[in-house]
Design a protein around this ligand. Structure first.
Ligand SMILES: *Cc1c(COP(=O)(O)O)cnc(C)c1O
Length: 680
């Protein structure tokens, strides 16, 4: 039986590029095409592990003897195990077909074979990366992976520090935890230095060294992160570590907690300290809301910077916000820019954000921690790295792809995109999820700090116990000291490590993989654009949002008779219901997801969309409140979507979308006779 998306082997055979052949070896494949390869490697890992056991004190003899295996109880236990496993295997088939080109839902595809085998191999040893003594091998792998990710974003691997987490939420939490401690560090340092009569200097507002004691409250809260760490080092070097620790504890938020801390500050400084704020792009992931709540910062202090019509943080709005906050002497704890928004895969113009930060320091004497939430898009930094570590230009990257041109004739990536990615090196910290665009099994998030000294601000036991001795000192290997989590799987580190060996973090590995997904997304984008006004689509219309920065294509379906925002939402919500696994037992042809653009977060992006839909004004949208606009999303993590030699899921998706739109519209018409042409 031939399906409507079956491949045509002759089509585009001339486009085959040998350097892309590796793609076909990296994954098990939508039909398990590489099953023999994966099986061979898994068995290799298992056998090798068994040899290790056999050779470990062979004089110990056998605990489970062959005759034990002949006993009734043994047989019964094996029967239970086998039977129950069969049940589990059957259950699991009701899972989500992430591996299929028909899955365009969340940011997940299948995992690299390297990461699956790496995970399985290490899992047999079950190392715990909380400390080196429980993971002599995988803690080192984790730190190596941390250095690789730091290097990929352009940090100096010798100065930087990175590690894995269970995910992006925890990684982001750690970034803000550190940033908060850096913010208040100079205050505690000043108090400790006063108590001990120490004369310390710190970089002041003009850039030159200033006596610490002369800084005002506002100035203390605007010491640049690097200068704060220099001060931290100078403080520890200037007296008895035990005394310093005692005084730091008396004056730090970490030990006192917000309530006692504020009371203490009020006695020290005449001016009231307004709560410090966190600036995030309006498109920020909802984890930030959880994090400011958990850290006691308070969600009132999470301020959203408007985005532009490409869903990127508006740098002018950021500047205005910083100026306005500074006029009220509100301290800025951190600014969080997004590299690959969860909804649209938008990449903030980080180069411009970095410029705003420099200008804030230069013109206003305002400093803050700059973080890039690159949980989704971080691996795309490999696109701009050549194997020798140098940066590729947009032109070089474009020359190596066959992606279709955008509607305006331009090609991905733009110069601006490349500059935004290169600007990652100008941040203080970055979070990157290997379990998203790294194609690694859960759980695997990661964080890297440009300045490894920062981690000392969250170390649980005081740094004077084990002085830092460079990257391979004993303390480096006790990860639990510096990270929020305790026990965590060394298997995840092995998975990431092996995957990075097979797919390097440059243009030949992850760079190529991600470039392919972006090319696939643009093919889909172009196809939806073409369908949007094709005669066959009428009376439906597709309003396709601008070309994505990475690989998520967003669009809204409408119909000639659909004239209000509510009707648009109902139609698209209906399509989502038919093209998702949200309802039990659903068997959709293709799977997508949806999001809801809401006011005021999306005010900067909504106007052209409402206009194209012909459903009212921005004022009406603002007044409409919580309902917002339902937007359908297709996430293209499948690197084969760009290719035309396999199943044509671009055509298949487009067709399925319009088929479902018709079904939903018909059903909605019959439900509300008032809207049907004959009943009206
Ligand atoms: C996914 C995501 C997160 C959270 O990561 P988890 O691994 O799900 O905890 C944070 N920020 C962004 C931009 C994300 O895409």
């Amino acid at each position: 039986m031939s399906s409507d998306v079956s491949p045509d082997p002759l089509r585009d055979a001339s486009l085959r590029d040998p350097s892309r052949d590796a793609l076909r070896a990296w994954f098990l494949g939508p039909r398990g095409e590489n099953a023999d390869l994966l099986e061979r490697l898994l068995i290799e890992a298992l056998r090798d592990h068994v040899f290790w056991r056999r050779n470990y004190h062979p004089e110990d003899g056998l605990t489970i003897r062959e005759m034990d295996k002949r006993r009734e109880g043994y047989d019964e236990a094996v029967a239970t195990l086998t039977q129950e496993l069969m049940g589990l295997l059957a259950e699991l088939k009701r899972g989500v077909p992430f591996f299929s080109g028909r899955y365009k839902g969340h940011m997940i595809f299948e995992q690299t074979i390297a990461s699956q085998v790496g995970y399985f191999a290490a899992m047999l040893y079950n190392p715990n990366n909380v400390a080196i003594e429980a993971s002599p091998v995988t803690t080192r792998l984790e730190l190596e992976v941390g250095r690789q990710l730091a290097g990929m974003v352009g940090y100096d691997p010798l100065q930087a520090w990175g590690h894995l987490t269970s995910g992006g939420t925890v990684a982001n939490f750690e970034a803000l935890w550190v940033a908060r401690n850096v913010l208040y560090l100079p205050l505690a340092a000043q108090a400790a230095a006063d108590a001990l009569a120490l004369e310390l200097e710190v970089e002041g507002p003009g850039g030159g060294m200033t006596p610490l004691r002369s800084l005002s409250l506002h100035e203390l809260l605007n010491v640049r992160p690097g200068a704060a760490m220099d001060l931290w080092g100078a403080l520890w070097a200037s007296g008895s570590r035990k005394e310093i620790l005692g005084h730091l504890r008396d004056h730090s938020l970490q030990t006192l907690g917000y309530q006692a801390y504020s009371a203490r500050l009020a006695t020290r400084f005449p001016d009231v300290l307004p709560p410090a704020v966190v600036l995030v792009a309006a498109t920020a992931h909802y984890s930030w809301e959880k994090i400011v709540r958990a850290l006691g910062i308070g969600s009132n202090q999470l301020l959203f910077i408007p985005v532009d019509d490409r869903f990127r943080m508006n740098p002018d709005a950021l500047w205005d916000m910083i100026r306005e906050l500074t006029a009220r002497k509100v301290p800025i704890l951190a600014c969080i820019s997004v590299c690959g928004t969860t909804e649209e895969s938008a990449v903030d113009r980080l180069d411009q954000v970095v410029e705003v930060r420099e200008r804030a320091w230069r013109e206003l004497g305002v400093a803050f921690h700059l973080h890039s939430d690159a949980c989704y898009g971080g691996y795309a930094a490999s696109v701009i790295r050549a194997p020798d570590g140098s940066l590729r230009t947009a032109e070089e990257i474009r020359a190596s792809t066959d992606a279709v041109a955008d509607a305006d004739g331009s090609h991905w990536p733009s110069e601006a995109w490349v500059r935004s990615m290169a600007a990652l090196e100008g941040t203080d910290s970055v979070t990157i999820d290997p379990h998203k665009l790294g194609y690694i099994p859960y759980p695997a998030g990661a964080i890297a700090f440009r300045d490894k000294r920062l981690r000392e601000l969250v170390a649980v036991d005081p740094p004077y116990l084990t002085p830092t001795q460079g990257l391979h000192s004993a303390e480096d290997l006790f990860l639990g000291r510096f990270v929020f989590e305790g026990s965590k799987p060394g298997a995840a580190a092995a998975a990431v490590w092996l995957s990075h060996k097979v797919l390097p973090l440059d243009a030949t590995g992850y760079g190529m993989l991600i470039e392919r997904t972006a090319a696939g997304a643009r093919r889909l984008h172009a196809a939806l654009r073409a369908a949007s006004s094709a005669p066959a689509t009428e009376p439906f219309r597709l309003v396709v949002l601008p070309e994505p920065d990475l690989n998520i294509v967003c669009f809204v379906v409408t119909h000639a008779e659909v004239t209000t925002l509510d009707q648009v939402n109902a139609l698209n919500e209906g399509i989502y219901a038919r093209m998702s696994l949200s309802e039990p037992g659903a068997t959709p042809q293709y799977i997508l997801t949806r999001t809801r653009f809401q006011t005021p977060m999306y005010d900067g992006a909504i106007e052209p969309i409402l206009e194209a839909l012909g459903v009212g004004t921005v004022e009406g949208w603002r007044a409409g409140g919580a309902d917002g606009l339902v937007v359908l999303r297709a996430t293209v993590m499948d690197p084969f979507m760009a290719e035309t030699t396999g199943p044509d899921h671009v055509a298949g998706f487009t067709r399925a979308l319009l088929d479902e739109a018709r079904v939903v519209h018909e059903a909605q018409l019959s439900e509300s006779p008032a809207r049907s042409p004959s009943g009206g």
